[in-house]
Design a protein around this ligand. Structure first.
Ligand code: GRF
Length: 199
């Protein structure tokens, strides 16, 4: 049995699209792969309740519990690893996970951490990607799924979705169209990756 772990911080719409695809495309039967944990740094993440309703194991490792620690980021990541380790994941999927992971975590799960970023990398790394795309006057934006490396939003790009900007776009309208494409892109990328693991 192969395990996929999904990390979220909020609504978890990408996690939901992945879980639905896993069910619809029968990943368990076809790839002997299950989503064995949905983990959030945010105890109030709506995605947790939805995952529980789907019968998926969930966990919370609240990053705020470690703020008093001498090394808060390291303490948080050690707690994350402690919670993830028993699953021995083939893949750690960041899906709207809003914490930056240090080289410590990334190297522990080297070449196993995937992320989705709401821009056409390498353009617009970091935050507020849609507003920045509009302000820059680009004609296309989109989403990128990439392997997480030690540099933020800079790992090998696996695939991308292209979204044209419209003249009257706001960051809300653009974000909505990009998110729709994310929900198609991420499950497809993971399923294609699963196919390479069993080929
Ligand atoms: C999305 O824009 C995604 O690109 C970014 O986080 C946002 C929310 O994702 N990583 P989700 O709805 O929590 O999956």
């Amino acid at each position: 049995m192969k395990n996929i772990i999904i990390l979220i911080s909020g609504g978890g719409s990408n996690m939901k699209s992945i879980v639905k695809r896993a069910q619809k495309a029968q990943w368990l039967h076809r790839f002997q792969t299950q989503i064995s944990l949905v983990l959030s740094n945010n105890p109030l993440a709506e995605g947790l309740e939805w995952a529980q309703e789907q019968g998926l194991p969930t966990a919370v490792v609240d990053h705020r519990q470690f703020l008093q620690d001498a090394h808060p980021r390291r303490a948080f990541e050690e707690a994350l690893i402690q919670r993830i380790e028993p699953h021995r994941p083939e893949l750690v999927v960041l899906a709207g996970f809003m914490r930056i992971l240090s080289p410590y975590f990334v190297s522990h799960y080297a070449n196993k951490v995937m992320n989705i970023h709401p821009s056409l990398l390498p353009a617009f790394t970091g935050l507020h990607t849609h507003q920045r795309a509009i302000e820059a006057g680009v004609k296309f934006s989109g989403a990128s799924v990439h392997w997480v490396s030690e540099e933020l939003d800079a790992g090998h790009i696996i695939d991308q979705a292209l979204v044209p900007l419209l003249p009257d776009d706001t960051q809300i309208s653009l974000a909505s169209r990009v998110l729709t494409q994310e929900h198609l892109l991420y499950p497809r990328v993971i399923e294609n990756w699963l196919k390479t693991q069993t080929a």
